[in-house]
Design a protein around this ligand. Structure first.
Ligand SMILES: [Zn+2]
Length: 277
């Protein structure tokens, strides 16, 4: 579960950050670190980018780690695009020295073990208060593998495991608990950064997906979070949905249903119901 002795797990990209995008909390201190474990380059701007950017604006450092870089012949291009995208998004980028192959023809047992090692190593390295990753309900095999790896990596941490926020792209989260509302300027910011992934956007224009899903979620989120019949948020054009899990006494608890307040993003899960049991 630990990286090879003396060999760095992650390669930093400090130059990816544009100086004017590094923000601090109003009190001058950094609020904390949120680690995004992305199955692929581009997921950092498709999975839950409005949530990550809201935390960034509240003074959090967003560190994105791509678990894979796609097929070997495309890796250099995808890493270069990712570097540009993270710079535009104001996210730090750390690339694994040994990205994991999560293609359909990989050995699933070997890949799962490597992913769990990578997730555990990244958490140990970055020391986040929040980890964001795919969650249950995502039907992409690589996304599902990163979900399982993140779950196992957090579960084996002690004594203060980070809070876990999950998104789903190729499917629906079974138990969404956390919603992030955003506006046109945030959507534009996301789409401009996502466009740096020229190869992926050229293959399939995920910008349309991000916009359409956010519009749909603005209507679904109030009722999925607070019960059918709940009123929508006035003026909310776009939203993201996540599931929050907290590991308490080695039990996974579901977070409270709520809208994200980026200034107070963490709250007690209270009597949250059990997850994964
Ligand atoms: Zn992906």
């Amino acid at each position: 579960m630990t990286p090879e002795r003396g060999r760095p797990l992650l390669r930093s990209y400090p130059s990816a950050m544009e100086p004017d995008r590094v923000r601090t909390h109003p009190n001058g201190a950094a609020a904390g670190i949120v680690l995004h474990l992305a199955p692929h380059p581009d997921d950092e701007l498709i999975g839950a980018p409005a949530t990550l950017m809201a935390l960034r604006d509240a003074g959090w450092t967003v560190v994105n780690v791509p678990c894979s870089l796609g097929r070997p012949k495309a890796r250099a291009r995808r890493e270069a695009e990712l570097h540009e995208a993270c710079g535009l998004a104001g996210f730090e980028l750390r690339v694994p020295e040994r990205p994991v192959s999560i293609s359909p023809d990989c050995d699933p047992e070997v890949a799962q073990a490597e992913l769990t090692e990578l997730a555990a190593g990244a958490i140990a390295d970055v020391k986040p208060r929040i980890v964001v990753s795919p969650g249950p309900g995502d039907r992409h095999h690589g996304h599902h593998m990163v979900y399982l790896a993140t779950r196992d990596a957090i579960r084996d941490l002690a004594p203060e495991p980070p809070r876990w926020w999950m998104w789903a792209l190729w499917g629906s989260l079974p138990q969404p608990t956390l919603g992030t509302v955003f506006d046109d300027s945030r959507l534009t910011e996301i789409l401009v950064a996502l466009a740096a992934h020229r190869g992926e956007v050229g293959r399939n224009d995920y910008r349309k997906l991000v916009r359409a899903r956010a519009e749909v979620n603005a209507l679904l989120a109030p009722e999925l979070l607070f019960g059918f019949g709940a009123a929508g948020v006035q003026g909310a054009r776009y939203a993201e949905l996540l599931t929050e899990a907290a590991l308490v006494d080695r039990r996974w608890l579901l977070g409270r249903s709520r809208w994200l307040d980026p200034r107070e993003p963490l709250c007690d899960p209270g009597d949250g119901q059990a997850l994964f049991e």
